[in-house]
Design a protein around this ligand. Sequence first.
Ligand SMILES: Cc1cc2nc3c(=O)[nH]c(=O)nc-3n(C[C@H](O)[C@H](O)[C@H](O)COP(=O)(O)OP(=O)(O)OC[C@H]3O[C@@H](n4cnc5c(N)ncnc54)[C@H](O)[C@@H]3O)c2cc1C
Length: 386
Amino acid sequence: MELGLSEEQRAVQKTARDYAERRLAPAARARDESKAFPVAELRELAELGLLAVAVPEELGGAGAGAVAYSLAMQELARGDASVAVAVSVTNMVAELVARIGDDAQRRRHVPRLASGEAVCGAFALSEPQAGSDPAALATRAERTAGGWRLSGTKQWITSGDHAGVVVVWAMTEPGAGHKGITAFLVEGGTPGLTVARLEDKMGLRASSTAQLVLDDVAVGDDAVLGGVGGGFRLAMMALDGGRVGIASQAVGIARGALEAAIRYAGERVQFGVPIIKHQAVGNMLADAATWLDAATLLTLRAADLKERELPFGEAAAMAKLFATERAGLVCDLALQVHGGNGYTTDYPVERACRDVRVTRIYEGTSEIQRIVIARSLLARAAREGR
Ligand SMILES: Cc1cc2nc3c(=O)[nH]c(=O)nc-3n(C[C@H](O)[C@H](O)[C@H](O)COP(=O)(O)OP(=O)(O)OC[C@H]3O[C@@H](n4cnc5c(N)ncnc54)[C@H](O)[C@@H]3O)c2cc1C
C-alpha cells in the first residue's frame, strides 16, 4: 500500500498552499463581510493551473489527477472556503465536459473554463421542489426546429451569476422519470437566462448562490451533453467526483480551524499555564487531529480510486459523510478551545464553523450519502453471495 505523494502532487499542493496563504487567507474575512465574489482570485488560480487541476492538459487543464485536485482543494479551503467552492464546481463542470462532451463541446468550453476566460462554471441541477430528489425536477426542454427551448427555475446554483458555462438539467420527456432528463450546456448571458435572486447565507458568503430562471432559453442541438435522456446518469457521475471535492473542502476548513486552535492553546494562559497543558483542552485537540487525519485518508482513498479509474462512488460517499460530519465537530472544538474569543469575528474559527456547515448539505446531504453507501453495501453483498 502506497501512502506517499508523487513529486507532481507535492508541487500542486505547495502551489495551492503558497497561494492560499499569500492571497486567500489574509483577505478571507473581508471577503466574508463584503460578500465580494472572487473574480480576480479565480483568474489568478487559473494562471497557476489550479482552476482545473484534474482536467486533461490538452484541454487546458493541469492534468494532475484526482489526488492532486483533492490536495489543492484542501489547501484552498484552508485559506478561503468560498473561493474553494467556486473552484470545485468549475473543475467538476470542466471534467464532465472533457469526459462526456463531443469534440466540439470539449474544444469550445473546457479551455475557457480552465483558463478563467469563462470566470467559472456552474452546475444547475437543484430546483425549489427537487433537492435530494433531483429526478423530480420540473424544468422543461421542448424541441424546436434545430434545437431546444428551456424553461424553469434552478435553485441554489453556486456561482450561477458569474459562470460563463452552466450545465442545466431539464426534462425532455415528462413522465419518463429520471430517464427523461437531459443535460444542456448553456452559456452565461444567453437571452432568457436570468438571476432572480442571490441567497443571503450563514457561511461561504463570498461564494454566490443564485436562483436562475430560464425563460424560453433557446439552445441548439449542439448544447445537448451526453445524449438526450442521459442526463440523470451524468449528474450522478459528476456528483461522485464532486463529493471528493467537498470532502476535501471540509478537511481543508477543519485543518485551518485546528491549526488556529493549537496555536491559541499554546499561547493562552489560564491557571498559570498555557491551556493546552490542561488535559481537557489537550484531549479536544487530540480527538480533533485524529478525526481529521482519518477524514483526510478516506478522502485521498476516494480520490486515488477515481484517479485509477476504479469504482469510487461508495468511497466518495463515505469520504464525504465522514469528512464533513467530523470537520463540523473539529471546527466546533476549535471554537471551544478559543473560549469567548472564538465566538467573535476577531478570530477565524467562527467563520470556519459557519463555512463548514453546508458541506453536510450540498452535493447530497449526509442522509443521502448514507443511502448511497447502504445501497452499495447491499449490491456488493448480493454480488459476492454473502
Ligand atoms: C450554499 C449551497 C450551494 C449549493 N450549490 C448547488 C449547486 O451549485 N448546484 C445544485 O444543483 N445544487 C446546489 N445546492 C443544492 C443542494 O445540493 C441541496 O440543498 C441538497 O441536495 C439538499 O436538497 P434540499 O435543500 O432541497 O433539501 P431536501 O431534499 O428538502 O432535504 C431536507 C432534509 O430531508 C432529508 N431527506 C430528504 N430526502 C431524504 C431521504 N430519502 N432519506 C432521508 N432523509 C432525506 C435531507 O437529508 C435533509 O435533511 C446548494 C445548496 C446550498 C445550500
